[in-house]
Design a protein around this ligand. Structure first.
Ligand code: SF4
Length: 433
């Protein structure tokens, strides 16, 4: 099989993994390693197979070569196109092919980094070693300075995770499904305990390396820098809609992953019912029958995740037992505001930072600018607009100098005004709230 065919199979096989935004790796903190954040974005529609666009935390678009080392897999996860029982073309790279390919794409400025995962084609340690070997060869033999994101293969030992973190910018172990019960049903060879164990190993190693960096003055003579361990941290992915858990369960899981494992990002991947197993002409009863991937749900989960990470909301504030799913028609911050109208209106000239963050249409950057500006003058609606506030949403929840722009008393009316419309501008059917 020639290299072109391999790329097409192994890039196609990797495209369902969402956990590859290349954020959080800074040049200085990175021990001099370049990262996707340092590089120039590559745009264009005629990029070679395997090159995907990804977004950094600050919203920039970066390009990554996203491939599997091999799509041969011993596991049989029902939701995955690469599962052992799937009738699909199989292939594997060699380390030297992958090194050459990555360097070539990097030199031509097609990519700023590599995202490398693999099917479990052998014992987890052997698969992990192949990924490490590739990263090591890129960093040492090939002098590659781009971004590297490696997947932690479930079951790989701590020593290998340590070594992977010495060559890669980011590591990720995918939790995949929100509960152990769903893993047992859909991915019986995987175990939540093993996946959490890998995340825990990462956290411990990260702390240990950080400690070494702090005590750098005690390093032996001749060594003036401590090694850097995965400077862009760890991330994970949760598949949404393949199993019955509600959004509340998912958001609580994400919140605990951020807390316990200092997770840099949790990615949500709408389940794509493509190539789902069919037995005797009947779709696999373990999987839901969906007409398409639940993309709106995925989008709302990302917004809720944003509230956890940047707006200091707790998981319990976003969803509770009475509201287990995010409203598909309205963003979760607005949904919270409408359910807590007694918290509003917020007087922009007096409210503290945390209170400003609760206002729909006011982001963290705008809230900081408001606090800064208020030191020298009072803030009016026009100032707010220029500072980046989305007054279309904020107007119902704020006063400036005691004055409202608009204040419909009836929350359902605000909901109607703010609910997403369909592509033709028609109001979508509304949910009760
Ligand atoms: S381990 Fe599961 S999810 Fe990963 S490639 Fe194999 S079948 Fe797919």
């Amino acid at each position: 099989m020639d290299l072109g065919e391999k790329i097409s199979i192994l890039a196609g096989a990797a495209k369902y993994d969402a956990s590859c935004a290349s954020s959080g790796s800074g040049g200085a903190a990175n021990g001099g390693r370049a990262s996707a954040e340092d590089g120039k974005p590559v745009f264009g529609s005629n990029l070679p197979a395997g090159v995907c666009h990804s977004w950094t935390e600050d919203g920039r678009c970066v390009s990554l070569l996203k491939v599997l080392f091999s799509n041969v897999c011993r596991f049989d996860c029902a939701y995955c196109v690469n599962r052992a029982s799937a009738d699909t073309s199989r292939s594997s790279f060699t380390v030297s092919e992958l090194v050459e390919l990555t360097c070539e794409f990097y030199r031509r400025n097609y990519i700023e980094g590599l995202f490398l995962s693999s099917g479990i084609f052998a014992d987890p340690d052997i698969v992990m070693e192949k990924l490490i070997e590739t990263a090591r060869a890129l960093r040492t033999g090939a002098g590659y300075g781009g971004y590297i994101h490696l997947k932690i293969i479930p079951g790989a030992g701590e020593k290998l995770i340590r070594e992977a973190g010495l060559w890669a910018d980011r590591l990720s172990a995918n939790i995949e499904l929100p509960t152990d019960k769903s893993l047992q049903t859909l991915a019986p060879q995987k175990s939540g305990k093993v996946i959490f164990g890998a995340m825990e190993n990462f956290t411990e190693l990260d702390t240990q390396f950080e400690e070494d960096r702090r005590t750098i003055r005690f390093l032996p003579r001749g060594r003036n820098t401590a090694p850097v361990f995965a400077p862009a941290g760890q991330s994970t992915q949760i598949i949404v809609g393949a199993s019955p858990e509600d959004d509340r369960r998912i958001i609580h899981l994400s919140s605990s992953l951020y807390r316990k494992f200092s997770m840099r990002r949790v990615y949500y991947s709408a389940f794509i019912p493509v190539g789902a197993p069919v037995r005797g002409g009947i779709p696999d009863p373990r999987l839901p029958e969906l007409s398409g991937p639940p993309l709106v749900r995925e989008h709302r989960l990302y917004q809720a995740d944003w509230l956890l990470r940047f707006y200091h909301f707790s998981a319990g504030e976003i969803l509770d037992e009475t509201t287990p799913f995010l409203d598909p028609h309205i963003d979760p911050k607005t949904a919270w505001a409408l359910a807590h109208l007694d918290f509003f209106p917020v007087e922009v000239n007096r409210a503290d930072y945390e209170t400003l963050l609760r206002v729909p249409g006011i982001g963290a950057k705008t809230a900081r600018r408001v606090i800064e500006t208020r030191r020298s003058r009072s803030v009016g609606f026009e100032h707010l607009r220029r500072m980046g506030a989305a007054l279309k949403r904020a107007r119902y929840f704020i006063t400036c100098g005691g004055v409202f722009i608009d204040r419909p008393e009836e929350p359902r009316r605000i909901y109607r005004l703010l609910a997403d419309k369909d592509g033709a501008g028609r109001q979508l059917p509304l949910f009760e709230f």
